[in-house]
Each structure stands twice: as structure tokens, then as C-alpha cells.
Design a protein around this ligand. Structure first.
Ligand code: HEC
Length: 201
């Protein structure tokens, strides 16, 4: 009986026999390395399944950091966009103006004035004739470039130019624009500096 069993489990026929072999070490190591890389990649790029987080942001904090800080920030960003589309062609995206085209807004006393009435008049009716800007004389014409803009947009543009390129003056609200616009008649001619100085600052 025991002899029969022995001949069964150890065949001497030369048939192939299934043998147990251990998984090669390199597969284990490679798998662990790949899992680790995958984990790191997931951590950096997945946003941990937060539906509000999407590429190129990696987390909710990261996404938050790139949003405008406040409604004030969004307002100025809107002003920048409108400025670059409507005013920047002449006054330059850097506010430095262009020779024979437009005076600078950066460092301009007309832009950073304490009172805002005269400044709001300039884009609403245009300005013509001699004007001194930051110690330099100009004598050109600007049409009513801001007249067609909604109050909110013009307020944003003026707030942007008052707080950019080293300018540090207070913001202007759409109500301020509305009030000045109400004092201006339809078809008003571009204002001269002489007439502008007669208006309250
Ligand atoms: C087509 C060119 C042009 C565009 C566009 C333009 N400006 Fe002007 N701007 C001028 C010129 C030229 C003067 C100077 C006029 C003069 O000599 O009397 C001027 C003067 C000014 C001044 C007073 C002087 C100074 O440099 O501070 C302000 C403020 C101003 N512009 C704001 C604006 C704003 C805001 C916009 C957009 C809503 C705008 N401009 C769009 C040409 C332009």
C-alpha cells in the first residue's frame, strides 16, 4: 500500500510536473516603485476627488490661491481687461502713454487726483487742447472714449488706472460715474483744461 502511494506522487515517467516557484524579487520591487510613483502622482494631481478641483489645480487650497482675493480684486481685474481693450491702444498697456499718441496715465496728476469729478469728465466727454501731464506738455485730442461704457465698467477702468503702475489713489464706484454722467448734456463737446479747472475737483 505505501509502495503504491509513493509511485503515484513521484512519477518516474518523465512527464512535466507543476512546481511551486516564488515570485521574482524584481517584480515585487518594480510593483512597489510603480505604486509609490502612482501614489505621489495621485496626491499631486487628483485634487482628492473634489469635484470643484480640476487641472491645472492640484487641490482646493491651490485653486483658492489663484482666485481673485476679493470682489475688489475682481473689480480691478475687470477694469484692467476693459482698459486694455478700450484705452490701452493709445495710453499703452503699461500706462506710459505713447509719443505723439497719448500722454501717460502712470504718474499723471489727472489720474491720481484726490477729487474724482474732473477725472471722470475726461473719458465721458473727451479732452482737447493743451494739457500738462507729469511735467510734460501735450496738445492733442481725445474723443469721449468712455462715454459708451456702462457706469460699472468705466468705474472699474478708472479704479484700475488709479491703482496701477505705481499710482495709489482711491477706487471709484459706479454711483460716482452715474452722478457725473447726469450733469453732462447729450452731445457734450470735449472739455479743455481751462473748462475742466472751473469744475469742482
Ligand atoms: C485714440 C487714442 C486714445 C484712447 C483710445 C484713449 N485716450 Fe485718453 N488721451 C488721449 C490723448 C491724445 C490725450 C491728451 C489730450 C490733449 O492733449 O488734450 C488723452 C488724455 C487722457 C487723460 C488726461 C491726461 C493724462 O494722461 O492723465 C486721461 C485721464 C485719459 N486720457 C484717460 C483715458 C481713458 C480712461 C481711456 C479709455 C476709456 C482713454 N483715455 C482712451 C488719447 C486716447
Amino acid at each position: 500500500m505505501s509502495d503504491e502511494n509513493k509511485s503515484c506522487s513521484v512519477p518516474s515517467t518523465g512527464e512535466p510536473v507543476a512546481m511551486q516557484s516564488t515570485t521574482p524579487m524584481w517584480i515585487i520591487v518594480t510593483t512597489l516603485i510603480l505604486l509609490f510613483i502612482g501614489g505621489v502622482y495621485f496626491d499631486r494631481h487628483s485634487g482628492w476627488f473634489d469635484v470643484k478641483v480640476y487641472s491645472p489645480y492640484s487641490s482646493a487650497e491651490n485653486l483658492e490661491a489663484y482666485q481673485p482675493k476679493s470682489s475688489e480684486g475682481a473689480f480691478i481685474a475687470r477694469g484692467k481687461k476693459t482698459y486694455e481693450a478700450v484705452c490701452g491702444t493709445c495710453h499703452g498697456p503699461d500706462g506710459l502713454g505713447k509719443p505723439d499718441q497719448a500722454p501717460p496715465l502712470a504718474g499723471s496728476e489727472w489720474v491720481t487726483s484726490k477729487g474724482i469729478n474732473r477725472l471722470i469728465h475726461i473719458p465721458l466727454v473727451g479732452i482737447a487742447g493743451p494739457i500738462s501731464v507729469a511735467g510734460k506738455d501735450w496738445n492733442m485730442n481725445m474723443a469721449a472714449m468712455g462715454a459708451a461704457l456702462p457706469d460699472e465698467d468705466l468705474a472699474a477702468v478708472l479704479s484700475y488706472i488709479r491703482s496701477s503702475w505705481g499710482n495709489k489713489a482711491s477706487s471709484i464706484e459706479s454711483d460716482d460715474i452715474k452722478k457725473v454722467r447726469a450733469t453732462i448734456g447729450v452731445g457734450a463737446q470735449p472739455v479743455t483744461v481751462e473748462a475742466l479747472m472751473k469744475l469742482p475737483e
